[in-house]
Design a protein around this ligand. Structure first.
Ligand code: ACO
Length: 428
């Protein structure tokens, strides 16, 4: 058996070093022993944007980008989307196993029990401008929750962590729905705890004067599936924000607000909005060929195509496409769908996209479904944040329980000025 080590020769000194390889990685700290002189700080690794750096060991989500595989705790996303519910999937992410019937009953009760928000949180939300972005309201309100639950600062107590997890997963749809109602000038609808997680969310969004809102079962299931697909995606930008902020041990409401802020950005939670803009700009299927030619000439990108990790069809995109068919049977088709289908069909046969391994990602079809269901585009990242909260919390607990983790504090390569003497104002 070849040894599981890496031998590095420093050509500055001619010295060789042997560093262990474990789980396909070498430890950056093992390079610190490599010094050119006695007083040298030691070698560091440089990796802006962490493109080849594992920041943790994790047992939550597995992605194989080349094969287009996504699994939560070992369960393929396709099976969860077909057979599970969002509450069960969230339990799986948090606790590592699918719940028994009794565990699911208790978990459902715990989440349902915490869906209401304090009336003062509602008043706080009423203070937002009428045209405030729903994601800005969500970020601000989640951060404000930390002031309502001072006990949440006890992050070393597993029971306290569990209670905050219930609160966050339960209240996220309520806050999200209130941001929507606020931006429409409509009265807030309180949670209906007899409905499912997704059904209650739809009720808080769409209920008008009817005594009881009955969600359409197809749209309710579609919402569940979209939630399941977005519940975790290992060390993405917002999850990294969650872990990094939480590493200094603030309460989880503050850390979740930071994660949601990272999700707010157009490079992360806002890409499906760009897909809608692109499809609207293309306008009709007859213009698709001309648009693809422009993309190939470097004039813009085919939004919703390509992924940093997936070099194959994003498994979530496949499921979303099936969900779209079911949704459109209820809502009527979205005229943008035909353009999207035509784009996909042409791009998948085109050498430019084939050679670069560019396939539809999760955002290619999700925006079209959300639009057909009646959601405004600025609400899309909020829809993403609701289920991702469970992923953030699972990663948060894993980070706190990981003996190797410390406060996240990267190094830098300093390229600024050498030490110099202060120049008084009159001499500058
Ligand atoms: N359309 C056209 N060409 C593309 C696209 C695209 N969507 N994506 C990548 N390329 C090309 C690049 O121009 C580059 O070509 P070159 O080698 O001739 O220069 C090559 O493919 C590799 O592209 P990179 O930018 O190096 O790939 P990277 O992994 O950094 O980018 C990203 C991934 C950002 C997702 C990119 O594919 C992209 O911009 N896609 C469109 C935006 C999008 O859909 N984002 C959502 C991602 S999913 C999510 O965040 C939830």
């Amino acid at each position: 058996m070849p040894s599981e080590t890496l031998t590095v020769t420093d050509n500055r000194t001619g010295r060789s070093y042997e560093v262990p390889i474990e789980d396909g990685t070498v430890r950056a700290m093992d390079f610190r022993q490599i010094k050119s002189t006695e007083g040298d700080f030691g070698l560091m690794v440089y990796d802006p944007a962490f493109t080849n750096t594992a920041s943790c060991r994790s047992a939550i989500t597995y992605i194989d980008g080349d094969r287009g595989v996504l699994e939560y705790r070992g369960y393929p996303i396709e099976e969860l989307a077909e057979r599970s519910t969002i509450l069960e999937t969230e339990y799986l992410l948090i606790y590592g196993e699918l719940p028994t019937a009794a565990e699911l009953r208790e978990w459902t009760h715990d989440i349902t029990y915490h869906t209401y928000i304090h009336e003062n949180v509602k008043k706080f939300m009423e203070g937002f401008q009428y045209d405030a972005h729903p994601m800005g309201m969500l970020v601000g309100t989640v951060a404000a929750l930390s002031t309502f639950y001072p006990d949440a600062r006890d992050v070393d107590d597993p029971r306290s962590r569990e209670i905050q997890t219930h609160r966050l997963i339960a209240k996220m749809p309520t806050i999200a729905a209130f941001t929507y109602r606020h931006s429409r000038g409509m009265p807030y609808v309180y949670p209906d705890n007899d409905l499912s997680y997704a059904g209650n969310f739809l009720s808080m969004l769409w209920k008008m004067s009817e005594p009881r809102y009955k969600p359409n079962p197809v749209l309710e299931r579609a919402m569940e599936v979209l939630f399941i697909l977005h519940a975790d995606h290992e060390q993405n930008c917002s999850t990294n924000a969650m872990r990094s902020v939480a590493s200094s041990r603030p309460d989880p409401f503050s850390a979740t607000a930071a994660a949601a802020a990272a999700l707010y950005g157009p490079l992360h939670g806002g890409a499906n909005e760009q897909v809608l803009r692109m499809l609207t700009h293309i306008g009709s299927t007859s213009s698709v060929h001309a648009f693809i030619d422009k993309v190939k000439q470097g004039e813009g990108r085919l939004m919703g195509f390509g992924h940093r990790v997936y070099k194959n069809y994003d498994p979530r995109a496949k499921i979303i496409k099936q969900t779209a068919d079911a949704v459109f049977e209820v809502t009527g088709s979205n005229p943008l769908l035909d353009i999207a289908l035509e784009l996909e069909q042409i791009a998948l046969k085109d050498e430019y996209f084939i050679s670069r391994k560019l396939y539809p990602n999760v955002d290619f079809y999700s925006g079209i479904i959300y639009q057909a269901m009646g959601f405004p585009t600025e609400f899309f990242p909020v829809l993403f944040a609701i289920p991702r909260t469970a992923g953030w919390l699972a990663q948060w607990v894993e980070m706190l329980e990981d003996q190797e983790q410390k406060i996240a504090r990267p190094r830098q390569v300093y390229l600024g000025r050498d030490i110099r003497e202060y120049v008084p104002l009159e001499s500058r």
